[in-house]
Write a protein that binds this ligand. Sequence first.
Ligand SMILES: Cc1ncc(COP(=O)(O)O)c(C=O)c1O
Length: 477
Amino acid sequence: MAFDITRLVADRAGENYELHERYVNPTLVDVFRTIGFDRVYVRGEGAYLWDDRGERYLDMLGGFGVAAIGRSNPVVAGALRDVLGMNLPNMVQMDCALLSGVLAEALVERTPDHLNAVYFCNSGTEAVEASLKFARAATGRDRFVHFRGGWHGLTLGSLSVMGGNDFREGFGHLLPGDEVAVGDLEHLERILAREDTAAVITECIPGHSVRLPPEGFLNEVQALCRRYGTMFVCDEVATGYGRTGRMFAFEHFGLEPDIIATSKALSGGYVPVAAMICRREIYSAVFNRMDRCWVHSSSFGRNALAMVAGLATLSVLDDGDMLRRSAEQGQRLVDAINALRARHDVLKEARGLGCLVAIELTQPSGGAKKVAWDAVHAIHESLFPQLVVMPLLSRHRVLTQVTGSTDPIIRLMPPYVISDDDIRWFADALDDVLARSHRLPGPMLEMGRNVMRAKLHARRGRGAATVEAEPVVTRVR
Ligand SMILES: Cc1ncc(COP(=O)(O)O)c(C=O)c1O
């Protein structure tokens, strides 16, 4: 029988969690069941998802930022369909394909003049890996400096520069380097003065806390890098391509990074793609002889679908006035959330740039809400925001998540196409959930019920119940 993907999707609809439990990551399934996130989404468009019961959800996560220009963007979808119809000679490898050249040109046109060489790969972490390797090749040094609280990806090189969190646990020795607290220029200079650091890597706006660096700090970091011959790497994987209202976040600070790692939004929400963009001299230090022309490469790195997704996404960013939309709608979102502070002292603040927004919660000053906060916070520092995120989904069909920050933070990365009505939808939902947050039995009971449900599933599916208290608190990317 001819392969029919439409039919396959229709025939197997609803088996999602069972399949993943059996063949993929059962622990993740346990977590989704526990926090009530085990929905079956069947459609995504713009800033919305629909489940198998036809319910519409507001997607404030945007697939951790990949769905920046909105899900199922018709321009990107159309370009992908068109290129499939062209039967291009994709991934010949022993040639220089047109589309990767055109996308590289388009990227270089959108970066400062000194960033003029592009390396394509498939994910954010690969772009970070490339940045680290290229920095080593360009400097002949081994070590890296990263900042506390930073996020750079989960392959071994990127993990080595992750800012002091538990994602490293259990994975053995990593690359040599040093962690510096944001703001501690003295410590940074002491390290860089040893002249054994290949690169300092930083997010200009940390995606997990969305806490802006102290005034002038990143410029000082860059100056120290220059002084001691260290590469200055900006990780723009989450912030690139309009997320913060500018094409790249480093533009907000007038920086001149030697290397930038980019990915996520460039995909148009469709095809994995990443680009590391750097100075030509750095690039040439890697590919420095003919026998080293492939010394860093990846089979899928310049594939046609990824290049088309990138090119179409750039055109949507330009034609749809997307950077302005990201800046304006992000600010409206922050303002709408902060307007709730007068009603909820558990709401410390909303902050952000463009459509990268963090909502930080805090201990209320007194009464039932403080009692509730203290009780929940004593169990785990991320449990309270988790108890906000759950009813946002179950009562209001708004998808959010607690971040990997140690602070009680809910991060939002909505598509830039989010409307004023969507912002109202979100603010009303948050208002309602926070108003109920002192009535702890509600969300706690919901979680308890879900834990029992997950245990039952686990017992049925795997012969043993493996649900523990800890995964209830999902801190993710
Ligand atoms: C700033 C930053 N760098 C790197 C990465 C890793 O990207 P990926 O998940 O595509 O490997 C992420 C992912 O969230 C990120 O936010």
